[in-house]
Design a protein around this ligand. Structure first.
Ligand code: CA
Length: 330
C-alpha cells in the first residue's frame, strides 16, 4: 500500500487537501539532500523507485524535534539519574525476563562471554524489557532529524541511508518499523548502522529480528558488546577513595588513560582488591551523601560504547547486579 502513496497523491485532484491533512508527507523526497541519500542507497543495491516511495511517505514531526531538543538526563545528578533505572519494579521485570529467556541467555552468554545479567539490564534500561521500544515511525524520525535538525544532520543522514538499505535487504516494511524519536529500534534500541554491523539471527530463520524476537535481540546486544571488546570474566567497575586526588583527574573522558596502579599513585585508590595493571577511568559522581568515586575498568568502557555516558553505564551495571542478586536469592 505505502508504495503507491506518492503516485496517488500526484494523480488525485484533491492532492493539496490530502497533503494538508497528512501534514508534511512528500516534502522531503524532492530535497537535494534526500536525493543524495537515495543515490547512496541505490549504490548499495536498493531499488530507486522503492527508495523514492519510502522517502515520499516520510513526514516531518515537530514532536521529534521537540524531543531531541529537550535537556537530556545529563543534567540530573547521579543519585537522581540512578533512581530512574535501578528500581524495585525494573529489578523484578529483569528477574521475569531472565527466567523467561533463561535458555537463550545461557547460550548467548556462553558464545560471547557477556554475562546474562548485563544483557538483561541493557534491555531493561533501554526498553523496559521490550515493553517500551518507541512509537515513532523510524522513517519519520530519521528524515526529520537528517533534514530539519542541522546540528546532527550528518549523523542522521548516514543513519537514514543505513535504514533504507536494511529495510530493503530485510524485506521489512520501512513504513511499519517503529522506534524512538531518534530512530533507535527494538528491544536494545539499535540505530540502523548498529543493526547492519551487529544485529544477529539467533533462531536461524534468516532475519535478525530485533523488533519482535527477544532471542535475536539478546544475541544482537551480546554481539555488540563482544565486538566492542568485552573481556570475559573481568570486573566492570570498582568503588574508590579519592578525596585527596586532584579534581582535574576526573575530567579526562570515558576512555581509560591510566592503569589502576598509576591512578592509585595519583590518589585514586580502589576500595577492593583490583589488578593494578587494568586500565581504568576515574569517576566522581554526585551521590546522595556527597561525592562517590569509582574506577571504570575496560568492561565499563565497553558499556559506555552502547551509550556514551558514565551514569548510563553505572546504572546498567548496578541494575544487572541487583537482578543477579534477586535471582540467586529467590
Ligand atoms: Ca531470527
Amino acid at each position: 500500500m505505502w508504495m503507491n502513496k506518492r503516485k496517488t497523491v500526484a494523480t488525485l485532484g484533491l492532492a493539496m487537501l490530502f497533503q494538508v491533512a497528512s501534514s508534511a508527507a512528500g516534502d522531503y523526497v524532492d530535497r537535494p539532500e534526500a536525493q543524495l541519500v537515495i543515490d547512496a542507497a541505490v549504490a548499495q543495491g536498493v531499488d530507486r523507485q522503492w527508495a523514492e516511495d519510502v522517502l515520499a511517505a516520510a513526514e516531518k514531526k515537530q514532536s521529534i524535534l521537540n524531543a531531541i531538543s529537550r535537556p537530556a538526563e545529563k543534567t540530573k545528578p547521579w543519585h537522581e539519574y540512578r533512581k530512574i533505572f535501578v528500581t524495585d519494579k525494573r529489578i523484578a521485570g529483569g528477574v521475569s525476563f531472565a527466567r523467561e529467556h533463561a535458555e537463550t541467555l545461557a547460550s548467548v552468554s556462553l558464545k560471547t562471554g557477556v554475562p546474562k545479567s548485563v544483557l538483561v539490564a541493557i534491555i531493561g534500561v533501554e526498553t523496559y524489557y521490550g515493553r517500551i521500544s518507541g512509537s515513532y515511525r523510524v522513517v519519520d524520525a530519521l528524515t526529520t532529524l537528517a533534514f530539519d535538525y542541522p546540528k546532527r544532520a550528518p549523523f542522521f543522514t548516514q543513519e537514514l541511508e543505513h535504514f533504507l538499505v536494511l529495510a530493503y535487504e530485510s524485506g521489512k516494511d520501512p513504513l511499519g518499523l517503529k522506534g524512538s524519536y531518534a530512530g533507535a529500534m527494538g528491544y536494545g534500541q539499535f540505530m540502523p548502522s548498529s543493526y547492519r554491523s551487529y544485529a544477529r539471527d539467533f533462531d536461524n530463520d534468516g532475519v535478525a529480528d530485533i523488533w519482535t524476537n527477544p532471542q535475536d535481540a539478546i544475541y544482537s546486544v551480546a554481539n555488540y558488546f563482544k565486538a566492542h571488546g568485552w573481556r570475559q570474566g573481568e570486573p566492570v567497575v570498582v568503588a574508590a577513595n579519592a578525596e585527596k586526588a586532584d579534581s582535574a583527574i576526573f575530567n579526562g573522558g570515558l576512555k581509560p588513560q591510566f592503569t589502576v596502579g598509576e591512578l592509585a599513585e595519583m590518589g585514586v585508590a580502589p576500595l577492593s582488591e583490583t589488578d593494578v595493571s587494568y586500565p581504568a577511568t576515574p569517576m566522581k559522581l554526585e551521590g546522595e551523601q556527597g561525592p562517590e568515586y569509582w574506577l571504570g575498568l575496560p568492561n565499563f568502557y565497553v558499556i559506555t560504547r552502547y551509550n556514551h555516558s558514565a551514569m548510563y553505564a553505572l546504572s546498567v551495571w548496578q541494575l544487572s547486579q541487583a537482578i543477579e542478586q534477586a535471582l540467586s536469592g529467590a
